[in-house]
Design a protein around this ligand. Structure first.
Ligand SMILES: [Zn+2]
Length: 226
């Protein structure tokens, strides 16, 4: 397809999404009228428990720097659930704006953005990958390319309800690097929705490390506990 046609299709898709997800200026978390020009009201925003610090996860002698917007509670949890299970892309926009603020305030540097992939089967049943959506929103704003360089090759049990060790075991060997990309000496930002033990995102990171990636940073919407 020509570049012009693709651009038109993207424009049409954006118009369609605007129409479908137009929220009549109501907060997408609580439904109250909004006066701040955003999709989330000031009252809800005030209850977000922002995480203002990064933390490290060490695995197989590699250190991963991790950042999350907030703890997995309140409005952020609400937004994640709306994006993940209800296809509410406005919720995704709000999350991506908070992520962009975090990237800027923590001066996170990367050459590429990538995300935690889904198996083909899961992608088909959900219709979209919420982490890919967030990555594309970030990419547009900070002008860093998104690369679809990981495949999920194992259908795993949901990590929810699993203990710490079980999570690492469950996810092991699930991700495969797609060799069509060269990531040697590149700094990569991995996007996911929730980080708990880090098993999922770190497993992705370890796979990228095998193919020569330099620094890997993990950015998630929320941080949760087992
Ligand atoms: Zn609200």
């Amino acid at each position: 397809m020509g570049n012009g046609i693709v651009k038109n299709l993207i424009f049409l898709k954006d118009c369609l999404l605007e129409t479908i997800y137009s929220n009549d200026e109501k907060c997408i978390c609580c439904g109250e009228e909004i006066y701040n020009g955003k999709y989330i009201c000031s009252k809800c925003e005030k209850t977000i428990r922002f995480c203002n610090y990064g933390f490290d996860i060490q695995k197989e002698k590699v250190s991963f720097k991790c950042y999350s917007i907030s703890y997995y509670s309140g409005p952020i949890m609400n937004l994640i659930l709306q994006l993940k299970y209800k296809g509410n892309f406005l919720a995704g926009q709000v999350i991506s704006e908070y992520m962009i603020n975090l990237i800027k305030s923590k001066k996170i540097k990367c050459d590429y953005i990538t995300y935690v992939p889904m198996t083909k089967k899961r992608l088909k049943s959900r219709g979209y990958n919420q982490t890919m959506y967030l990555s594309k929103m970030l990419s547009k704003s900070i002008d860093i390319p998104v690369i679809n360089c990981l495949k999920k090759i194992k259908d795993t049990k949901d990590q929810i309800g699993l203990g710490k060790e079980e999570r690492w075991k469950n996810i092991k060997g699930s991700f495969k690097f797609s060799k069509k990309y060269c990531i040697e000496n590149k700094n990569i930002l991995i996007i996911d929705d929730v980080i708990t033990t880090g098993a999922t995102a770190v497993s992705c990171g370890l796979e990228l490390k095998k193919y020569g990636a330099a620094e890997i940073t993990i950015l998630t919407a929320a941080k949760s506990r087992v």
